[in-house]
Design a protein around this ligand. Structure first.
Ligand code: PLP
Length: 405
């Protein structure tokens, strides 16, 4: 009895926002940059290739892209992509209704208008709805929200046949792939974030990747290259810059050598980190699978994902019951986030929270959003931590579900 009692009231003591330290190698490289005083990416001696340019070469190689540009943030990479593909004020841009605020924000930042596409129970963009709305815009800002990849073959078919340019928001899919194709490589541009809560941590930062000469040349000029674009890590031919350099504004958003120095060792470790996330994800998933009233989000075999967070659905639950689960879990140290809340809280918000971008109600999407419960899985959690978290969720979801019935 005693053992059971302890088990039923166990409390998780870890922090959901605690990252691992920066690798020692990164700290040493950062110190060297600071000692040199040359933090700006174009503050180079002779024909030196700086940390930022090296990082660009390494990231391009990692995702198999012709070009990579390191920038100040993921949101900056997305706005730059919209500008580089020619989105103008007043243009409409298709995007996910289930995503985070910087995604519609990037569209609004160039004066364009988001057109939201709903979410399925797989937590991916509704491809039927996308096909139905394909005549409404020439660009799709596709957010792989929480690392869930839709059927990328079908998506590209829809977009290619409607002549829609695809930009991918890979903030949660750095290291992920669809049928072995790295996430961010199906669209014309892939955008990534190295903000603290993503798969590499430089505080703030991001990447823009493409194979397109002209889109890349525009992006480099946009990022603020002061006509020093020849010093970037991956550089389109000079004649391409001649076409774009006088007609492309400088919208400064460079990465600096300090951040790049921190990121280079992390990129070398990225695949190992992704495997560590997936062990944690599998432990939580195993532990909550089969909980009455709870739907596990099944992952398709074509998807190689990175389980840096986990979602489950409490579909068709009353708001008050979901709120009760959240409260009981947080009382036991397990911080869950809910996408169904009427008010945006912390990092979670919904399409109807973005009032600068008017939208019609989306009843099917509202049903899913109301059921999405989300949890981060920082690598500072051990597998035992993950098993304990799953036991707590299982117990509290089960208790509230029973009380509801
Ligand atoms: C974090 C995030 C971004 C933007 O990244 P920042 O580097 O914070 O600008 C974009 N999309 C999603 C889904 C994100 O979570």
């Amino acid at each position: 009895m005693w053992a059971q009692n302890v088990c039923m009231t166990e409390i998780f003591k870890g922090s959901f926002t605690q990252q691992e330290p920066i690798p020692d190698e990164g700290i040493a490289a950062a110190l060297e940059v600071m000692q040199s005083g040359r933090l700006h990416r174009y503050n180079l001696v002779g024909d030196e290739v700086g940390e930022t340019a090296l990082l660009e070469q390494e990231f391009a190689a990692y995702v198999g892209a012709k070009y990579a540009l390191a920038v100040a943030s993921g949101g900056y990479a997305m706005a730059t992509a919209l500008r580089a593909v020619g989105v103008k004020p007043g243009d409409r841009v298709l995007t996910n209704a289930f995503t985070l605020a910087p995604v519609p924000g990037s569209i609004a930042s160039v004066g364009a208008v988001p057109v939201f596409v709903g979410v399925t129970e797989s937590l991916t963009i509704d491809l039927e709805e996308l096909a139905a709305k394909a005549d409404q815009a020439k660009v799709l800002m596709l957010s792989h929200m929480r690392g869930h990849l839709c059927d990328m073959d079908r998506l590209m078919e829809i977009c290619n046949s409607a002549d829609i340019t695809v930009i991918e928001d890979c903030a949660h899919t750095m290291g992920a792939a669809w049928k072995g194709r790295p996430s961010g490589r199906d669209g014309l541009v892939g955008c990534y974030s190295t903000q603290t809560y993503k798969h590499m941590n430089s505080g703030e930062g991001g990447f823009f990747v493409t194979d397109d000469d002209e889109v890349m040349a525009r992006a480099i000029i946009l990022s603020g290259s002061y006509m020093l674009y020849g010093r970037n890590g991956t550089v389109p031919p000079a004649e391409v810059f001649e076409r774009v350099k006088y007609v492309t504004p400088n919208v400064s958003g460079r990465m600096d050598n300090l951040r790049a120095a921190i990121l280079r060792p992390q990129l070398r470790k990225l695949d190992k980190q992704c495997a560590a996330w997936n062990e944690r994800y599998a432990t939580v998933e195993d532990g909550i699978r089969g909980t009455p009233g709870l739907t596990v989000v099944e992952r398709p075999a074509e998807e190689t994902f990175v389980g840096s967070s986990i979602q489950f659905l409490l579909l068709d639950w009353k708001d008050s019951a979901v709120a009760e689960v959240m409260k009981r879990c947080v009382d036991r140290g397990v911080e869950l986030k809910w996408f169904g809340g009427a008010e945006p809280v912390g990092f979670t918000s919904r399409y109807d929270s973005w009032r600068y971008a008017p939208s019609e109600r989306m009843p099917e999407t509202d049903r899913i959003l109301k059921g999405i419960v989300d949890m981060r899985l920082p690598l500072t959690f051990s597998l035992n931590d993950c098993a304990q978290i799953a036991r707590i969720i299982r117990a509290e979801v089960g208790a509230v579900f029973q009380a509801q019935a």
